[in-house]
Design a protein around this ligand. Sequence first.
Ligand SMILES: Nc1nc(=O)c2c([nH]1)NC[C@@H]1CN(c3ccc(C(=O)N[C@@H](CCC(=O)O)C(=O)O)cc3)CN21
Ligand SMILES: CC(C)C(=O)C(=O)O
Ligand SMILES: [Mg+2]
Length: 293
Amino acid sequence: MTQLSPARKTGDRPASENGKTLYGGTSSRRITVRDIAAAKERGEKWPMLTAYDAMTASVFDEAGIPVLLVGDSMGNCHLGYESTVPVTMDEITLLSAAVVRGTHRALVVGDLPFGSYQEGPVQALRSATRLVKEAGVGAVKLEGGERSAHQVELLVSSGIPVMAHVGLTPQSVNAFGGYPVQGRGEEAAQQLLRDAKAVQDAGAFAVVLEAVPAELAAEVTRSLHIPTVGIGAGLDCDAQVLVWTDMAGMTAGRVPKFVKKYLEMRQLLGDAAKEFAEEVVAGDFPAAAHTFH
Ligand SMILES: Nc1nc(=O)c2c([nH]1)NC[C@@H]1CN(c3ccc(C(=O)N[C@@H](CCC(=O)O)C(=O)O)cc3)CN21
Ligand SMILES: CC(C)C(=O)C(=O)O
Ligand SMILES: [Mg+2]
């Protein structure tokens, strides 16, 4: 039998045999936040990737990735900005709609961009409502722990599932002065625990832990009943997320230390472009098979 997901530590049969796992499951209906909660109950780990267009999203959907994040990392990965800070609601809405159109099964989460929720719960609800109505996302994500708890509460009570994001919150790059690891030292660790608890209490269905020591992420994961989604947060989170252009080796320049490259896409695509160019220059393309008469 092909094992689509690893057997659980208990030595049970692979959870995929019942057809209900997030990754490797056989159900073709769209995944919901209830499925995410059930996975934590089963102790099942799951993968999440970013996506910024329908074509790439359909590849990940067909590969069985259960949750796709239309990250504001589109700013630097896709739109040529220096950071995520300039990304607008128009940009997130346009690309989120494309990702929803490209998928059948994945839960699509739209990232609320910088400036679209910081004014308060009412602004957050206006922005999140737009993403749900115009793009069709199943959930939204926003950055911040205690400081964003009121926003999370109003969205959730209005019927919009929220993924929170604590630790390194890249929209605060100008305040952090870069992208340093968070939660180092007793005081910072206690603050991170309070942040994670605050968004759980406010009703978030999951929380991203970015760039925090593995031991602290493990402690947060043990103390919450909602799943933690790690990025640079060690092995003991319930889920793992990577920016797709990073894991595919497509991102230009340096990538964070927590990235593993599963493909050298930049190199491969560049080689293909050069081969096409050389055939054109040499008069070898198009051949008979690509020609009408
Ligand atoms: N392509 C891309 N990948 C990402 O993971 C990502 C984005 N863009 N844009 C938004 C944020 C920014 N992120 C970043 C960017 C840099 C580091 C980084 O270089 N961190 C240092 C940590 C050094 C330390 O404090 O010890 C590192 O060396 O990894 C981390 C996260 C994560 N997000
Ligand atoms: C790195 C993930 C969690 C994110 O927020 C993004 O891609 O924008
Ligand atoms: Mg983001």
